[in-house]
Design a protein around this ligand. Structure first.
Ligand SMILES: C[C@H](N)C(=O)N[C@@H](Cc1c[nH]cn1)C(=O)O
Ligand SMILES: [Zn+2]
Ligand SMILES: [Zn+2]
Length: 473
């Protein structure tokens, strides 16, 4: 079938799609903060209602409770939906998330993060615009466009939308295992739009993700915060212990100091080395997209390898630290350092937790501090690699060619989508990552954006992909 009419319709109705994106960016569905949980739920209900309005049958699955700071907290629902049930058609399972990273205007946003704001260049700024509300909404726009044109959606669709992806996808693995032979039965392949192009202009298909193991180090000292003039010099200070421990995790050149961390990293083969060639990636564009020429490695290849196939340890922050303006002379009584390790094939999260914990405990013993130290892995997700030779990737590549007129780059991704491997293993089906956003979208950062062009072309790409899937024998 020609997609010309579909593409024209999408172009014509782009303002409507942007208005819908504005409506959902306004819901601050931050999964990391318990006080926002009602908003996360509200966001899930929005997508459920929208899917129903499009004629999908839906199901709200309760993934159970999480423990947050020792308190049980209800997890947001997993929204499942089915659109079409024709045995003659292929069935594609679409996964996405409706939660977002935290965002505060005082972090340095130029505009209100919860008000989608378009600038003169067509950049749509707002938390969740690219990660992952724009892409999830894109799939719904594809269905709506078909309906408006009186066209059949050429494949059956199943949806799995979660509200905890930005917090380790807690509860979802259990749901996927439970539904693999129930709700997800009959799935032929999986497609996820929740990552980004390598550059700003060339689309890509993504066949690998790093995993993530997220840790906290808790140091407890005095019973309450203290006056540093009165008590400084006479007690072991939690912050001093913590800063020392955090400095023993990683060097400024990225070297991870945990003994044995590289032992299980898959060796680099000649075949893999070939995959780093001829990609739309330059250090200067990369510098532009991160806003500074501060890369560690001097070549494109080494930079990509350290984003895709080697582990990285990042220090994120310290809970309990004094961080307000002014010069408060306080000794914080209890501090928690947060860091994560992006893991790669063939690293095992259980082993990572063990060696990281042993390393920190050994370093803490060396301090001779009388404070208490606890190390905890808050969540972990495994790395993932797919087979890009599958028809799912062929459909993606043909769709890219149809919409953008080029062959896509085949990429891996440094970020993590914890349940990708779970889908692949539990359903024994191929997973394709089909990104919508560009490398400079600033997901997780201040001023996150999605370019209007990427949003609208991305909706066309999604539609073209479904048609290509249907046409492949
Ligand atoms: C790539 C995806 N859009 C994403 O941002 N994933 C998160 C997942 C995560 C895991 N722990 C916390 N967030 C990421 O890679 O950080
Ligand atoms: Zn995401
Ligand atoms: Zn994210």
């Amino acid at each position: 079938m020609s997609t010309t009419k579909l593409f024209e319709y999408i172009d014509k109705h782009q303002n409507d799609y942007v208005a819908q994106l504005k409506e959902i960016v306004a819901i601050p569905s931050v999964s990391a903060d318990a006080s926002y949980r009602p908003e996360v739920n509200r966001m899930g209900e929005w997508f459920k209602a929208k899917l129903e309005k499009l004629g999908a049958s839906t199901k709200r699955v309760d993934p159970g409770k999480q423990l947050l700071n020792g308190q049980p907290l209800q997890l947001p629902p997993v929204i499942l939906a089915t659109y079409g049930n024709d045995p003659a058609k292929k069935t594609i399972l679409l996964y996405g998330h409706y939660d977002v990273q935290p965002a505060l205007i005082e972090d340095g946003w130029a505009t209100d993060p919860w008000v989608l704001t378009e600038d003169d260049s067509g950049r749509l700024f707002g938390r969740g615009s690219t990660d992952d509300k724009g892409p999830v909404l894109g799939w719904l726009c594809v269905i709506a466009a078909h309906q408006a044109l009186g066209l059949e959606v050429p494949v059956n669709l199943k949806f799995c939308l979660e509200g905890m992806e930005e917090s380790g996808s807690e509860g979802l693995e259990k749901v996927i295992l439970q539904e693999a032979n129930n709700y997800f039965k009959g799935t032929d392949a999986i497609c996820i739009s929740d990552n980004y192009w390598l550059g700003k202009s060339k689309p890509c298909l993504t066949y690998g993700l790093r995993g993530v193991s997220y840790f906290r180090i808790l140091i407890k000292g005095p019973g309450a915060d203290l006056h540093s003039g009165v008590h400084g010099g006479s007690i072991h200070e939690p912050m001093t212990d913590l800063i020392h421990l955090m400095s023993r995790l990683v060097l400024p050149d990225g070297t991870i100091l945990v003994p044995g961390i590289l032992d299980d990293v898959a060796p680099l083969t000649k075949e893999e080395e070939e995959t780093y060639k001829n990609l739309d990636f330059s250090l200067s564009d990369y510098h532009d997209s991160v806003g500074a020429a501060t890369t560690i490695h001097s070549s494109e290849k080494a930079t990509l390898m350290h984003r895709w196939r080697y582990p990285a340890l990042s220090l994120h922050g310290i809970e309990g630290a004094f961080s307000s303006p002014g010069a408060k002379t306080v000794i914080p009584s209890k501090v928690q350092g947060k860091f994560s390790i992006r893991t790669v094939p063939d690293q095992d999260p259980e082993r990572i937790t063990r060696i990281v914990t042993e390393h920190i405990e050994a370093e803490f013993r060396k301090l001779g501090s009388k404070n208490a130290c606890e190390v905890e892995c808050l969540h972990h997700g495994r790395s993932w690699k797919s087979s890009p030779d599958h028809w799912n990737y062929l459909a993606g590549a043909k769709a890219v060619k149809e919409v953008y007129g080029v062959d896509p780059d085949m990429t891996r991704e440094g970020g993590s989508i914890p349940v990708t491997l779970t889908f692949q293993d539990a359903l024994q089906k191929n997973v394709l990552l089909l990104p919508m956003g560009a490398c400079d979208d600033g997901a997780h950062s201040i001023n996150e954006k999605l370019d209007r062009k990427n949003f609208i072309q991305g909706i066309k790409l999604m539609g073209a992909y479904l048609h290509q899937v249907a046409e492949i024998k």
